[in-house]
Design a protein around this ligand. Structure first.
Ligand code: F6R
Length: 242
């Protein structure tokens, strides 16, 4: 794992956006694995600026997102479909046909999960996977568990994740309790992984991810087994690392 220290959130966002830009410039038809949440917002803002300046072209790029809530329609402003449109896709020239996000409204979620894994496989896997990290060290919505989930699957979100996600909803009871998440196979088969972490809330998770044992109780620890992981983290999130 390569750990890059960022001065602050802006520095982190620029450094991570540089890596994604390089990927898209060197391989315009890249498959990018993308994340939602607060952490990547600065990256998406920076990539939009460079796109508007004419430095980036996403017309040949494919996006596959990590996860989506169950039972929130794509036009619900809290859905990850809406998040990605609002914060990234609506502002760049990515072809909507090349944007993929799990369908949390599918009547048969098992079939939807299999479809998503087959889709990623048919794209030839992911070139660069962007990850945030949960306070409990989840990646995607792979929550701490007794074993790693290999395939895309339906998840019962943990109390800690529900509490963290409450900030995006008016009321705690509105926060979805279930989601579909990409599994560890698609994530760890990505050719490159870029994990970003910002703020003191992530310090325990980041330390356990990088320096603790590899265990499904710390889902992000699986990244220690991957040969091309870059972590960009600010000082606060690195404060508990040795
Ligand atoms: C989002 C995702 C999650 C988040 C994580 C951190 O698509 O997969 O794993 O990356 O919950 O969220 P933030 O960035 O909001 O702290």
């Amino acid at each position: 794992m390569k750990i890059i220290h960022a001065k602050d959130y802006n520095d982190l966002s620029r450094k991570a956006a540089n890596i994604i830009s390089a990927q898209v410039i060197l391989k315009p038809e890249s498959v990018l694995g993308l994340a939602t949440g607060s952490s990547p917002l600065g990256i998406y803002r920076q990539l939009i600026i460079w796109y508007e300046k004419g430095d980036l072209d996403f017309s040949a790029t494919t996006a596959v997102n990590l996860d989506e809530y169950c039972n929130l329609p794509p036009d619900n402003p809290q859905s990850y479909h809406a998040f990605m449109r609002q914060n990234f896709f609506d502002h760049i020239n990515i072809n909507p046909a090349r944007v993929h996000i799990p369908n949390g409204m599918a009547s048969d979620l098992e079939t939807e999960c299999r479809r998503y894994d087959q889709l990623i496989q048919s794209l030839g896997g992911i070139d660069l996977q962007l990850l945030g990290i949960g306070r409990n060290a989840h990646i995607g919505f792979n929550e701490p568990d007794s074993c790693f989930s290999k395939y895309t699957h339906k998840v019962a979100l943990s109390e800690s994740t529900i509490a963290a996600n409450t900030r995006f909803f008016d009321r705690e009871e509105d926060v979805p309790r279930q989601a579909i998440s990409m599994g560890m196979q698609a994530i760890t088969q990505a050719r490159k992984i870029l994990l970003i972490a910002s703020g003191p809330d992530k310090a325990d998770a980041l330390c356990a991810c990088c320096f603790g044992p590899v265990t499904p109780q710390v889902p992000a620890s699986i990244l220690q087994l991957h040969q091309d992981v870059t972590i960009i983290a600010d000082e606060e999130s690195l404060s508990k690392c040795p």
